[in-house]
Ligand binder design. Structure first.
Ligand code: ADP
Length: 471
């Protein structure tokens, strides 16, 4: 080996950084590698929202939540396909992990939000509305705790001993994504184990199409360019059991008028979906529950097509009050992704919506809010208010590939399980999006941060306890 550590963490997103800090806290010599030129993966470019059951924020707002209720919400969204043991482990760890993140410098906004599919408000969000508000403090903590971090270092295969235990990784050091042959080979040893926190494969068009042929290149993705299946394939090559790979989440809050995660995702999550409505431009009418889970919303949006099958982009909108918590509003307006209209007539004119129908729909919505019941689609109205006056802010919407529910099968010690024996592959752990099963058919919003942090720490706690080999 060129270098030897106790634990090697592959990937520097929520899962990888949480694993690294946890293992270093417990005194181990830790290396984090990431193939990209920047640390943080998808984690650093997402909205930084974390679902937490039983947070101090909820207590202050008088919201009574429980781990059981969060588990039940995620089971409903997952269409019952979830790995219940892992699901419980994640939900159970959220409150403590949110405080752990705070102890390293993450700052949550002072209020709690209600995201789609959760039966009550339980979402904390970083001050920055970005995962960077979690990743940056964790990187600082890791460095302080003596964790070694190499970027542009790609795992290309595992190193196993005679008993098939994973004892290290072969990497390309000085790797330039996506140049396959760039960099030079190095062998890195791991006395206790390797933790795979390598994320999903949302940007790997051929691989995602093998799982779900309709996910063609016409669908954009919110993921960072390195989100491919290379690491997953290496795990499969040494016997890891891939599950739920065809369960690929489409984010229902994105806009066709910009690339990637962009400005619409945060705007729609914080504003339109919580405080506004979404309508079909042809009829001016709502056509789904804006607080349903992501799968239900994305599938509903994708039914909006013309006779040739081409998308007819729906419009999501809210007013000034509804947009107050959307941090990307200014940028969205600047790039013309979000449009502003003073009156509903103007809004209708901007998108060619029949104005009388749009106004009738808004009036009907306001009546639902007054009655405390959404008679169209049964949306929960706990934080809803009437939409009475402009100015209005609106976006065109179309889903993008966002998250892979599938990945390798793990046990509650975060050990990767072998396809044939269903026993742990010695020395191999996995956490975060790289694993499969926790979310079943559809992950609820803000549950990836929860999963990444809780399972990353869980994997580290297990690996720390492993017998150290003398390599
Ligand atoms: P999670 O939210 O589960 O932590 P992320 O997508 O945020 O997942 O992070 C995964 C990280 O893993 C990314 O930064 C990505 O570049 C890195 N990664 C993926 N495959 C490899 C690999 N083969 N070698 C090194 N790093 C990898």
């Amino acid at each position: 080996f060129d270098e030897i550590f106790d634990i090697i963490v592959v990937g520097s997103g929520f899962a990888g950084m949480s694993a690294a800090v946890q293992a270093a806290e417990e005194g181990d010599k830790v290396l984090v590698i990431d193939k990209m030129p920047v640390f943080g993966g998808n984690s650093t470019i997402n909205g930084g929202a974390m679902a937490v059951a039983g947070s101090d924020h909820q207590a202050k707002a008088g919201i009574e939540d429980s781990v059981e209720l969060m588990v039940s919400d995620m089971l409903t969204s997952g269409r019952g396909m979830n790995d219940v043991e892992m699901l419980k482990l994640v939900c159970d760890g959220t409150a403590e992990s949110a405080r752990w993140l705070e102890s390293y410098g993450t700052v949550w906004k002072p209020f709690v939000q209600h995201f789609g599919g959760h039966s009550l408000p339980r979402v904390l969000q970083t001050r920055e509305s970005s995962g960077a508000g979690i990743i940056r403090p964790l990187i600082a903590a890791a460095k302080k705790a003596g964790v070694t971090m190499y970027k542009q270092t790609k795992l290309i295969e595992f190193v196993q001993d005679g008993q098939q235990r994973v004892v290290g990784v072969k990497v390309k050091s000085g790797y330039f994504f996506p140049k396959e042959k760039s960099g030079s080979d190095k062998l890195l040893g791991a006395r206790k184990g390797v933790i795979m926190a390598t994320g999903g494969f949302g940007r790997d068009i051929p691989f995602r199409q093998m799982q779900q042929p309709r996910l063609t290149s016409e669908l954009d993705s919110t993921n960072h360019p390195g989100a491919n299946a290379d690491a997953l394939k290496q795990m499969m090559l040494i016997g890891a059991n891939p599950i739920h790979l065809d369960q690929i989440q489409l984010g229902p809050w994105s806009s066709p008028d910009e690339k990637g995660f962009g400005t619409a995702s945060q705007f729609n999550t914080a504003a339109t979906y919580q405080n506004g409505i979404v309508v079909d431009v042809r009829t001016g009418e709502r056509f789904f529950n804006e607080l349903a889970d992501r799968k239900a919303r994305a599938e509903a949006i994708m039914t909006r097509r013309d006779d040739q099958g081409q998308p007819v982009y729906p419009i999501g909108f809210t007013n000034e009050k509804g947009a107050a918590k959307a941090q990307t509003l200014e940028w969205g307006l600047k790039y013309d992704v979000i449009k502003k209209a003073d009156t509903l007539d103007d809004l209708a004119g901007l998108y060619g919506i029949p104005a009388d129908k749009l106004k009738a729909q808004v009036a009907q919505w306001n009546q639902f809010v007054r009655d405390g019941e959404d008679k169209q689609f049964g949306r929960p109205l706990m934080q809803a208010f009437e939409l009475t006056e402009g100015p209005w802010y609106a976006v065109r919407m179309w889903p993008k590939v966002h998250y892979c529910m599938g990945g390798v099968r793990v046990n509650t010690h975060s050990q990767v399980l072998h396809l044939i024996s269903d026993k742990p592959i010695a020395g191999l752990y996995a956490a975060g999006e790289a694993t499969g099963g926790i979310h079943g058919a559809s992950r609820l919003g803000a549950c990836a941060v929860a999963e990444g942090v809780v399972t990353g720490r869980n994997a580290a706690r297990s690996a720390v306890k492993a017998d150290a080999l003398s390599l």
